[in-house]
Ligand binder design. Structure first.
Ligand SMILES: [Zn+2]
Length: 240
């Protein structure tokens, strides 16, 4: 018998559509709606959270933990690690880990913009992370960077806007993905940003319609017999 399809639904809990917007409407309006949906669909998720968001919105962090989701790290200020000097990169990781670990154990990490120079993987090891999801199967860097590491590296499968594509296109994309499937969304996608001055792929079908797209995606995986897991369950899981 084939192993069941494994799906990790992940959320990058961050300010609104960085670097284009300012503010936290995604945390204030998008996240509660998403948490309600995940509870209704009985799907455990992983929330890669910036230290800044955790410091500003401790109640949101407490609720996601209470709901059974994994709290994970998305850096401190959502700057790209590709642009930081090594000392700043180190303190981004240290500082955010310290803030997040006041709420719960935190062992999974994802870099902002999925940009993480290989040299920093050892900084994750030094800071007791055991899983990194900063790579993406749809980015060239994933195929170039085969740095050996004690850390389990589990790449994202598709970019977030794919989930908002018309159903027929989306289904074609999603059914081609290999297990474990790692999906990700941002809370600001569940706020109506259609009139903002943003790239089309950031703003199209944002708001309630994005939430309905996510519900459809989760239900279609459930119909296929998929097992939903948190990222920490994929530690030491073979992905390559
Ligand atoms: Zn991000």
């Amino acid at each position: 018998m084939r192993d069941p399809l494994v799906v990790a639904f992940t959320v990058d809990l961050e300010p609104d559509c960085p670097p284009y917007l300012r503010g936290f409407r995604g945390i204030e309006q998008g996240t509660p709606a998403l948490l309600d949906l995940l509870a209704a669909e009985n799907v455990p998720a992983t929330f890669f959270t910036t230290g800044e968001v955790a410091a500003r919105y401790p109640e949101t962090v407490r609720r996601l933990i209470r709901d059974g989701h994994e709290l994970a790290c998305h850096g401190m200020t959502h700057r790209s690690f590709a642009l930081l000097d090594p000392d700043t990169a180190r303190s981004e990781i240290k500082e955010s880990a310290a803030i997040l670990r006041r709420f719960a154990p935190v062992t999974s990490f994802r870099a902002p913009y999925l940009q993480f120079p290989p040299a920093y993987v050892k900084v994750l090891e030094e800071n007791a992370f055991t899983l990194d999801s900063s790579q993406a199967r749809y980015k060239l860097a994933y195929y170039r960077d085969r740095t050996p590491s004690r850390i389990t590296r589990v790449p994202a499968s598709v970019t977030s806007s794919v989930l908002r594509l018309p159903r027929v296109v989306r289904t074609a994309y999603l059914s081609a993905l290999s297990s474990p499937v790692v999906l990700f969304v941002h809370p600001w996608e569940f706020v109506d940003l259609r009139r903002e001055r943003l790239r089309l792929d950031c703003r199209f079908k944002t708001g309630d319609i994005a939430l309905r797209c996510v519900r459809d995606v989760l239900r279609s995986y459930a119909r296929r017999g998929a097992r939903f897991v948190r990222m920490d369950a994929l530690c030491n899981h073979p992905t390559r």
